[in-house]
Design a protein around this ligand. Sequence first.
Ligand code: FES
Length: 124
Amino acid sequence: MTSQPIQPAFRERVAPATERKVELTIDGRKVAVPEGQTILDACRALAIDTPTLCYADNLTPVNACRVCVVELEGARTLVPACSRKCEPGAVVKTDSERVRLSRKLVLELLASSVDLSTTPSLDP
Ligand code: FES
């Protein structure tokens, strides 16, 4: 008995989604992450430090603080890295002037209503 080779289309259908990779570029560096991961996950895979406040690994992203925003080529607005899924061919900037200004504004607004002296790791 000879075995039939598995057709690529069938292999695609039965492969678990976690085995599929999505390739994107972050700050000029290419990275491939499992499908379904966020831009924050991809940043962490590249050891790019992306700030977060309302995100935790064991919580559903709520997009509340917007301190994790990054610039996504082709997107009109900055996108939250903690919840935005990686898209094939995406080009992301995590340290542009626009990103830095937005993060600074978020922290300034936060500092205007919350005493940040108890969080020494925050330095707006
Ligand atoms: S960490 Fe708060 S919106 Fe992403």
